[in-house]
Design a binder for this molecule. Structure first.
Ligand code: SAH
Length: 343
């Protein structure tokens, strides 16, 4: 094993310059060594098991205007919908029947819509006491976070998007601040949520030192879940003409973060498979341990367009194939909720 990779595996940290080498090196044997070490650590910790999360894209209504995102408020062409309580329940029911024990409700940032989710979360909690409920609804008033938590939500995903103030400002509209994003993450943790954070890889103007700042933020925050995917342009956004991020760099970051966070739940994300045909399995082989099949009804799935080229058959329909592919690589699906348990 490469000496730098070995140091990362044992010390769970590295100096900036060594991280830079792992991210930038053209030596493919170094990348191979990094991915092998990450798999070894993942397999030792989780025993070749993968957890499934049912993604339900509950609403494309958003008050925010993030420059990269296809459902930003400023995109007049975006189709707006919000699933009804009945539609959410039926999507979760379908997921539960398929054996999934985590429901992830994700959507645009829309506090009044999110208010209406409080009773829906209560219903999900009452109906499926053995399933975990994850929310990913952006920055909300803290009392609403508290009410969603009391209603029975267990986890919250809020990517910090960039720990570098310069890059954060260039990705977001005036008025959105990194300080507030991080304050939301601290509050979610204080409320007892299992918290997920992360970034897009290869966002316009992102440099290696920005990714190193992200690695350092995650090292301090120690998230329960880490979400990482490549940036992919959406034509009706200000970033529509920028190139997509690199799948290769995304995979290296999976491995680096796995070695630094052996207990974290790390999904192999849809954006990665949108860029890279074998992306789902490549993510797993680089250290991810979670897959999020899409259970949004097909019509709304199409409308929930954060970036162009999102796979639309990535859900329940292809679950059997996905499980088969994982089995061929020696992985089985764990039937439990898959909470993050820190050793
Ligand atoms: N509104 C919620 C959920 C956002 S969508 C929130 O603010 O947290 C989930 C994630 O998709 C975002 O955090 C962002 O990192 C990612 N995303 C958005 N646009 C993208 C794009 N063009 N390419 C890749 N990922 C994107």
């Amino acid at each position: 094993m490469d000496a730098t990779v070995e140091e990362l595996m044992h010390r769970r940290t590295l100096p900036d310059e060594a991280l830079r080498t792992l991210l930038e090196s053209e030596d493919t044997s170094l990348a191979d060594s990094l991915h092998r070490a990450a798999r070894e650590v993942t397999d030792a910790r989780f025993g070749k098991r993968i957890w499934l999360r049912a993604l339900v894209e509950w609403s494309s209504v958003c008050r925010n205007d993030c420059l990269y995102c296809g459902i930003r408020r400023g995109n007049r062409k975006a189709e707006r919908y919000t699933l009804s309580a009945a539609e959410i329940l039926s999507a979760c029911e379908r997921a539960y029947r398929h054996g999934l024990r985590t429901f992830v409700l994700q959507g645009g940032e829309n506090p009044s819509g999110a208010e209406a989710l409080v009773p829906v979360v209560e219903q999900l909690r009452a109906r499926w006491p053995d399933a975990a409920i994850t929310l990913s609804l952006g920055e909300l008033p803290f009392d609403l976070y508290a009410r969603l938590r009391r209603a029975g939500a267990d986890r919250y995903l809020l990517r910090h998007e960039s720990a570098s103030p310069r890059l954060y400002a260039s990705l977001h509209p005036a008025g959105m601040t990194l300080a507030h994003r991080l304050a939301c993450l601290d509050e979610l943790r204080r409320l007892g949520f299992q918290v997920g954070s992360g970034v897009m890889v290869g966002a316009p103007d992102q440099r290696t030192e920005d990714l190193i700042a992200d690695i350092r933020y995650l090292e301090r925050f120690s998230p329960d879940m880490i979400g990482l995917g490549p940036f992919i342009p959406h034509r009706d956004t200000p970033f529509g003409h920028f190139p997509a991020g690199s799948a290769e760099t995304t995979l290296r970051l999976y491995s680096i973060l796995r070695l630094m966070h052996p207990d974290a739940m790390i999904p192999s994300t849809t954006a990665l498979s949108a860029l890279h045909p074998g992306g789902k399995l490549a993510g797993i082989l680089a250290g991810a341990n979670v897959i999020m099949p899409n259970f949004t009804p097909p019509i709304q799935r199409e409308a929930y367009s954060l970036y162009n080229g999102k796979p639309t058959t990535d859900g329940a329909e292809s679950l059997t194939d996905m499980i088969g592919e994982l089995a061929a690589a020696g992985y089985t699906i764990d039937p439990g909720r898959g909470d993050c348990i820190k050793n």
